[in-house]
Design a protein around this ligand. Structure first.
Ligand SMILES: Nc1ncnc2c1ncn2[C@@H]1O[C@H](COP(=O)(O)OP(=O)(O)O)[C@@H](O)[C@H]1O
Ligand SMILES: [Mg+2]
Length: 252
């Protein structure tokens, strides 16, 4: 099972939208896919029309032996959801109480290993013990970045942390998100390409009203607009991520 986190310290950068759409692309390609909505705000759960509630909350979840009791099916074949729960806002406190506070999530995710090919983590916007658990659990970390100067600074902060923690085996893949080509700054930053952001993916997600409409349809764009530019774009992004991920595996 490959664990793919969609993470940024910032909120409102397109994490949940991307995570939901990529999970859709992965499931469509035949991979048994699980998305864990780690954000207490429950955006991903909302998009899948699933109640953001887990029996027993954070504690009950981490103690569960039977994953069937906590995982929900979605309307999409091959795609299941581990919903958000309001108690996740205190997940740090729970994790801190364990013997290995930074490794608890990795151990927990082992329970899903036999049932899924890909596990997406839709992360909350913070830099916390939950984030550190995510870094220790993920094979790939996708970082959506709005092309502005401040976003690039935030990205540097993430990369500094990753560089300082040499034991981490995750590969970080940044990509541009919510790109507005009418904005000079967006274009300038993107045109500087790899010199500004080494390793940035070629596929950028533009600002599209169809992506915003996910909240109305409560579904990935590929479900309510399968022939749209937006749906094709997430398939392309998914293909590129797979290629980058496979390149990492071959190197190891
Ligand atoms: N590419 C996009 N084009 C237009 N709107 C977007 C796009 N990506 C996200 N949005 C909208 O921006 C808001 C924040 O997106 P979201 O994916 O929830 O970000 P995050 O998870 O980083 O907080 C949502 O209202 C969403 O509909
Ligand atoms: Mg979100």
């Amino acid at each position: 099972m490959k664990v793919i986190a969609v993470y940024n310290i910032k909120g409102g950068v397109g994490k949940s939208s991307t995570c939901v759409n990529l999970a859709f692309s992965a499931a469509k390609s035949g991979a048994k896919t699980l998305l864990w909505d780690l954000d207490a705000q429950g955006a991903a759960s909302f998009y899948f029309n699933v109640k953001p509630e887990v029996k027993g909350g954070t504690k009950g979840l981490f103690k569960t032996k039977e994953i069937g009791a906590v995982v929900r099916e979605t309307d999409i074949q091959n795609l299941d959801l581990l919903p958000a729960d309001f108690s996740y806002r205190h997940m740090d406190l729970y994790l801190d109480g364990g013997a290995k506070p930074k490794k608890q999530m990795k151990e927990f995710l082992g329970r899903f290993e036999n049932d899924y090919d890909i596990l997406f983590l839709d992360c909350p916007p913070s830099f916390s013990l939950v984030s550190e658990n995510v870094f220790n659990s993920a094979d790939l970390m996708l970082v959506p970045l709005i092309p502005t100067t401040l976003s690039l600074r935030t990205y540097q902060q993430i990369m500094t942390y990753v560089a300082e923690h040499k034991k981490l085996s995750l590969k970080v893949l940044p990509f541009y998100s919510m790109v507005d080509r009418r904005k000079k700054l967006h274009l300038e930053i993107m045109n500087e390409g790899l010199s500004t952001l080494p390793g940035v993916l070629n596929t950028a997600v533009p600002y599209l009203s169809l992506i915003e409409q996910m909240g109305v349809h409560r579904a990935p764009v590929g479900l309510f607009a399968p022939n749209s530019q937006a749906a094709a774009l997430f398939d392309t992004l998914w293909t590129e991520i797979n290629r980058a991920g496979a390149a990492v595996q071959n190197k190891q």
